[in-house]
Design a protein around this ligand. Structure first.
Ligand SMILES: Nc1nc2c(c(=O)[nH]1)N[C@H]1C(S)=C(S)[C@@H](COP(=O)(O)O)O[C@H]1N2
Ligand SMILES: [Mo]
Length: 349
């Protein structure tokens, strides 16, 4: 697992070389590589610390699960005890993650997703549900299939809570033994682990800044910027260059009446728990926000389509490559966070 990486001699040699590269005067002509390597090292160290911390502090009893999007009721929060009480269904199935024995039948207890949706009143426009994990991973399932098959959010496997290291405490489980055709559509990558959110259909673009909210109309009124880049938002996006359309972080702050001139940083928060971790925030240095067109993207492609939940929308972060080319960019950030999905909030620190 990644925590072990820090004890790995190769890693220590790499950090030493990075440090050397930064200290050597000759390298000042090439700050980009040295900086990137340093950031990567910092990001790995941060990530390892975070994984270790999470394992200690995220107690199952404190687990929260949210359902939002195109449902009659507003966003719903479920505590662990509420989830436990709803988890009355059983699915007996093999798991594509049971590397010890792919043929073993496991006994899962959980909540049938379609029953949960029925309670919350799915709006007719919604065609799918996107499940989001603590780590920002997403997996999208059609509502047709959720209604056709007893796909569950499992809290228990073989009579025991599912360990965090094995995708618990809340894991999406497909009854693939009873319905083998399910595996063809929803292979192992759809089995979302450590689920914290289910987004029904799509959500309207909006950004919170302090106690204000800029809705999609307010965002549309700001200057619109287009960039074209290969993006790192993961699954579902085209390979190669993609057009992204959106607004500058600095314009959003101005519209929210937030001054950044003498402040340290802007914190970007997404929906995922990992992006909201106060111990490891996504922090943009104010000089970068000022000098660089860091974007909150609300549309993409030639047709300016909104960003669906399946793709991590309605708002995503984009730090364009052009930010790095001048050499003055200061924000240490690794690629996972540079392409943050489900952006919801800006905070000024
Ligand atoms: N929350 C979360 N769920 C996840 C993933 C992830 O990174 N985070 N990876 C997915 C992918 S791509 C696969 S193949 C499997 C990985 O399962 P394994 O680690 O048991 O092979 O989990 C899926 N569910
Ligand atoms: Mo995978």
């Amino acid at each position: 697992m990644p925590n072990l990486f820090i004890f790995n001699p190769t890693f220590r040699v790499a950090s030493f070389l990075t440090l050397l590269a930064i200290l050597l005067p000759g390298c000042s002509q090439r700050p980009k590589e040295a900086k990137l390597a340093q950031w990567r090292a910092e990001a790995i160290a941060n990530n390892n610390a975070m994984v270790a911390q999470q394992a200690k502090t995220t107690k199952v009893k404190e687990w929260e699960f949210f359902v939002s999007g195109q449902i009659a009721k507003g966003t719903q929060r479920f505590s662990w005890s509420e989830l436990e009480a709803l988890a009355t269904s059983r699915v007996n199935t093999t798991s594509p993650h049971n590397s010890k024995n792919l043929n073993a039948i496991l006994y899962f207890r959980g909540i049938v997703v379609s029953q949960l949706l029925d309670r919350l009143g799915v709006k007719p426009e919604a065609t799918n549900v996107t499940f989001l994990g603590y780590d920002g991973f997403r997996s999208t399932v059609s509502i047709k299939d959720l209604r056709r098959y007893p796909i569950i959010l499992a809290v228990e496997r073989d009579g025991r809570p599912i360990p965090r290291s094995e995708g618990g405490p809340l894991s999406l489980v497909f009854p693939q033994s009873e319905y083998p055709q399910l595996h063809e559509v929803y292979a192992e990558r759809f089995w979302a682990f450590y689920v914290t959110h289910a987004i029904v259909g799509n959500e309207p673009a909006q950004i919170r800044i302090g106690n204000r909210t800029l809705d999609s109309n307010a965002l549309d009124r700001l200057p619109q910027i287009t960039i074209e880049e290969a993006v790192g938002y993961r699954q579902g996006w085209p390979i190669g260059k993609v057009k992204l359309h959106g607004v500058r972080v600095r314009d959003v702050l101005t519209a929210g009446n937030v001054a950044i001139a003498n402040r340290e940083a802007v914190i970007v928060k997404g929906k995922s728990a990992v992006s909201r971790d106060p111990k490891n925030p996504i922090r943009l240095r104010s000089a970068d926000v000022r000098d660089c067109d860091i974007l909150l993207v609300t549309r993409w492609g030639d047709s300016y389509q909104p960003i669906s939940s399946r793709l991590g929308g309605p708002v995503t972060l984009a730090i364009p490559a052009s930010c790095y080319s001048g050499g003055g960019f200061q924000t240490p950030i690794d690629d996972d966070r540079r392409w943050l999905t489900f952006v919801e909030e800006l905070d000024v620190e």
